[in-house]
Write a protein that binds this ligand. Sequence first.
Ligand code: GDP
Length: 366
Amino acid sequence: QEKVNLEARSPDDLRCPIVVIMGHVDTGKTKLLDKIRKTNVQEGEAGGITQQIGATFFEKKTLEAQTAKLNVTEKFDFKVPGMLVIDTPGHESFTNLRSRGSSLCDVAILVVDLMHGLEQQTIESLTMLRKRGVPFVIALNKVDRCYAWKTCKDTPIRDALKEQDEGTVSEFRSRATDAKVQLQEQGVNSNIYWEMGEDDWMNSDFVPLIPTSAVTGEGVQDVLMLLCQMAQRKIWKQLMWCANLQCTVLEVKAIDGLGMTVDVLVVNGHLREGDRAVFCTLNGPIVTEIRGLLTPPPSREMRVKSEYIHHKEVKGALGVKVIGNNLEKVMAGTPVMIVGPEDEEEDIKSEVMADLTKLEAKLSTD
Ligand code: GDP
């Protein structure tokens, strides 16, 4: 039997970038995701889910469709198979979840309320992202609140700005400059993205600013486009898919009819039904068989109850709900491993615990 090279990677086989969305509470993170998903989690189910890390998978065809109006000249070729967006709670008491989110992602969107400028959790998020060297864009959200803004639904932001009166543009300019100055005070160089060359954000630490409205959709195309460009041009090496399983627990929770389930983030590799998985609990490692692998449909939030899709096998990067026995004490934020046919269960158990110790050391330096 031919031996599979687990480390083999190719620039033609990229995984989805994992995008974390961060920002102060009420800046419009949920609304922005709703706009891309075409859902209404913000008004409907937000109450219960804002204390967990969420995950939404967007297919490549969704990204293509949602950037169509922008992607006309020098057509950008989407090589990523989609995008997995992780949503972190903005409330101040959830620093640990934001820290975990920023440690799991490849790129990030930092949402700033254009009307309020930088706020406490904006600054906290900035610190986390920069410390980890995560490339990110800043959405200057609620641009529609500028005086006498004329709605240009779901339009690329430059086209929308062309439709505005001089006074509106000048208010926008002045607020954007304020944000830029505040960012500068935090040691972050930034600029309106079309006023800098691609080279600036590719080869330097300049952060692109993208004005958006999560309510009427101006600039949302621009955010998706820039994130994909950043992923493919700046960090494609880290996105080359690898068969070695890299998997982390996001949440542990009971679901009606399914019992205790564990939401995991599969970054690389596969998970398969029937796999013997090793999880970390407060009482040490446990081994359990994966009895089911569920995901919400594409463009649907994993935290919101939906018609789950059952999978025999999933491939990273993806957010997946795992069903199995004895999952009650599994700890969020811990690594997951699979006992392969040639592995000793005890070896894998110690490996998982060693990984956990490393991870804790890394997070405790925040
Ligand atoms: P989160 O806490 O960052 O997830 O913020 P939400 O998405 O829950 O939004 C907070 C409030 O701001 C809600 O009332 C939204 O309707 C409103 N909001 C969010 N984005 C925009 C926007 O672009 N324009 C306007 N006018 N309101 C917005």
